[in-house]
Design a protein around this ligand. Structure first.
Ligand SMILES: CC(=O)N[C@H]1[C@@H](OP(=O)(O)OP(=O)(O)OC[C@H]2O[C@@H](n3ccc(=O)[nH]c3=O)[C@H](O)[C@@H]2O)O[C@H](CO)[C@@H](O)[C@@H]1O[C@H](C)C(=O)N[C@@H](C)C(=O)N[C@H](CCC(=O)O)C(=O)O
Ligand SMILES: Nc1ncnc2c1ncn2[C@@H]1O[C@H](COP(=O)(O)OP(=O)(O)OP(=O)(O)O)[C@@H](O)[C@H]1O
Ligand SMILES: N[C@H](CCC[C@H](N)C(=O)O)C(=O)O
Length: 522
């Protein structure tokens, strides 16, 4: 049914969000007395710059009243706001307690509740969301003949195979429901989406119930004035996925897993858990005991893993994306896909993520002549840098490689990352090259200086080269000039991104992967 002023007011009242309707100086509890209250809105927007004839505008976040000036002339039909804005518009105003919650509910209705026509999967966690989302999409595409959409922090995909760059990890609610409708129109049956803690904090998924929600892990990150005030708040936001899911997939090894199980029990949500093991489980795999899905290394070099789901052996997995943590992500994807309806006997389907690549994650390059391996990866906090170095240890340990880490850290947010990246690496590498990463207003030089100040190990060499291309060039030149040693150069935090954020703007950047390819092919 089309969204009208009347049905919007009723919807918001039903969700206890509507305070009053303001129009022509009169304040009422409903909209039924207003002319045109049953006319369908032509569009819904949260940006005055896109207001057109018949638009409903939702004023949220750092909206400023003066943005509304001139909107009546563009045909604004009504606005939703947390305060009376009638000095700036003659259109009817739906005044609400929380405009972001209102936006999500109204968007779902405007687009005809597309979530009801999809099996929707939401994935949260500090690390591995993107990779697990791509892996899950690969499995569900294999299961459904290519009918799985994806919202990720790298790309979105609305037809199962065409990818376009995304802005946020979790889209703004209005954009999410619009894209869901497009996915349904394209014949999609499944949607896999990453759910950031911010998404819960700012109600981008308000009112959305996931058919399958997944909680991968939690480690300290995202604490800053523009993200979460505390770790408790960060975890609390992520925990909200549990009560908003029909089934929860849980990493049994995640910190606070017991608390998440308590959340699930309180909300009556069934849990399917998974665990990455160090070695084969004892016994023949009694499905009634232990986690629903397990995986363990199939060989000493951890080049492949064996998996078991509900007591059934799924065989050997050999992923294109190396690293034990990626086997954990693959195991999560198997458990999620199974919870979403893929049978444990669909063995080939459950292996569909093996060739999957994720741009900018564990991309490997080799210069044979100088015995130099280069890895471009998206690690940018303690857990991911540790996981990356654990992989390097497992793969190269015996060869005692000379390891260089090219890294910066984000400006204006997640300040702890600067110390944590250094702490995770300094006793395990030979040299740091500190360089630019994304920032709003903090100068790159200050961030690098902070990172340098956390280096306490006197035997690790350091350099600061602010220009990121020059930093990579220097690290590679140094490695390649030492043909007598095995070198591993790790370039982290930007992956395949073709921009770098400075002064709050995306400035064009060649991309870590391209820089490496160019230098190695020169
Ligand atoms: C805190 C937060 O959620 N911020 C997001 C939010 O900002 P906001 O609502 O305050 O919007 P704003 O851009 O300040 O402007 C206020 C409103 O006025 C409107 N406007 C503006 C100008 C004008 O002339 N007319 C007008 O109507 C804007 O469209 C907007 O609706 O809505 C904007 C889009 O509507 C987002 O771009 C913005 O994300 C910011 C840029 C952001 O980067 N957020 C990060 C912290 C984030 O969410 N990150 C997580 C990743 C975390 C993880 O991976 O773990 C994510 O999910 O991406
Ligand atoms: N399960 C995991 N455990 C620890 N580290 C991981 C895991 N999966 C991936 N990583 C590391 O984290 C980096 C980012 O991975 P990915 O993009 O899949 O996670 P994400 O949760 O989407 O991250 P972000 O929120 O930072 O964008 C990888 O490049 C890798 O270094
Ligand atoms: N270089 C980026 C990484 C963002 C990745 C995003 N998903 C997050 O974890 O915040 C930054 O912090 O600005």
């Amino acid at each position: 049914m089309a969204l009208t002023l009347n049905s919007a007011a009723e919807l918001l009242a039903r969700h206890h969000l509507l305070r009053e309707v303001i129009h022509d100086g009169s304040w009422t509890r409903g909209a039924s007395g207003i002319d045109g209250a049953d006319a369908p809105f032509a569009s819904v927007t949260y940006d005055t710059r896109t207001v057109a004839e018949g638009s409903l505008l939702v004023c949220k976040g750092r909206f400023r009243p003066e943005f509304l000036d001139g909107c009546d002339d563009k045909g604004l039909a009504a606005y939703v706001a947390e305060t009376d804005l009638s000095e700036h518009s003659h259109a009817p105003g739906l005044i609400v307690d929380d405009a972001r919650k209102a936006l999500s509910l109204l968007a779902a209705e405007f687009y005809g509740r597309p979530q009801d026509e999809l099996t929707v999967i939401g994935i949260t966690g500090t690390k591995g969301k993107t990779t697990t989302a791509y892996f899950t999409q690969a499995v569900l595409n294999a299961h459904s003949g290519g009918r799985c959409a994806l919202f990720s922090s790298v790309d979105n995909c609305l037809d199962g195979h065409t990818y376009f760059e995304s802005d946020l990890t979790t889209p703004e609610s209005l954009d999410a429901f619009r894209m869901m409708r497009e996915a349904v129109s394209n014949g999609m049956r499944y949607l896999v989406m990453e759910v950031s803690s911010q998404a819960y904090k700012v109600h981008r998924v308000y009112g959305l119930t996931f058919d399958v929600g997944a909680f991968l892990n939690i480690s300290p990150d995202h604490i800053s004035p523009i993200e979460h005030p505390t770790l408790e708040d960060y975890l609390y936001c992520k925990r909200r996925i549990t009560a908003n899911s029909r089934t929860l997939v849980l990493n049994a090894r995640a910190a606070h897993a017991d608390l998440i199980r308590e959340d699930a029990a309180a909300a009556g949500v069934p849990v399917r858990d998974f665990a990455l093991l160090d070695a084969a489980p004892a016994g023949a795999g009694d499905a009634s005991e232990g986690p629903s899905a397990v995986a363990w290394p199939a060989d000493v070099s951890h080049d492949s893993y064996l998996m078991r789901l509900d007591g059934r052996d799924l065989g050997r997995y050999r992923l294109h994306l190396v690293g034990d943590f990626n086997y954990e992500n693959a195991l999560a994807a198997v458990t999620i896909a199974h919870a979403a309806g893929v049978g444990a006997d669909e063995i080939e389907t459950l292996h569909a993520m093996e060739p999957t690549r994720v741009s900018g994650r564990m991309e490997r390059y080799r210069d044979e002549a100088s015995d130099t391996d280069v890895i471009v990866d998206y690690a940018h906090n303690y857990t991911s840098v540790k996981a990356l170095l654990d992989f390097v240890d497992a793969r190269y340990g015996a060869r005692r490689p000379h390891i260089t880490l090219v890294a910066g850290s984000a400006g204006n947010k997640a300040y702890d990352r600067r110390r944590e990246i250094v702490e995770a690496a300094q006793d395990r590498i030979a040299r740091f090259v500190f360089t630019a990463e994304d920032t709003d207003t903090e100068p790159y030089a200050d961030i690098c200086r902070d990172m340098l100040s956390f280096v306490t190990n006197p035997s690790v060499a350091t350099a600061t080269i602010l220009d990121r291309v020059e930093a990579i060039t220097d690290a590679l030149a140094d490695a390649r000039s030492h043909a007598e040693r095995t070198d591993v150069v790790l370039i982290i935090g930007k992956g395949h991104e073709r921009w770098i954020k400075d002064l709050n703007r995306h400035v064009p950047y060649e991309g870590d992967d391209h820089v490496v390819e160019r230098l190695l092919n020169a």
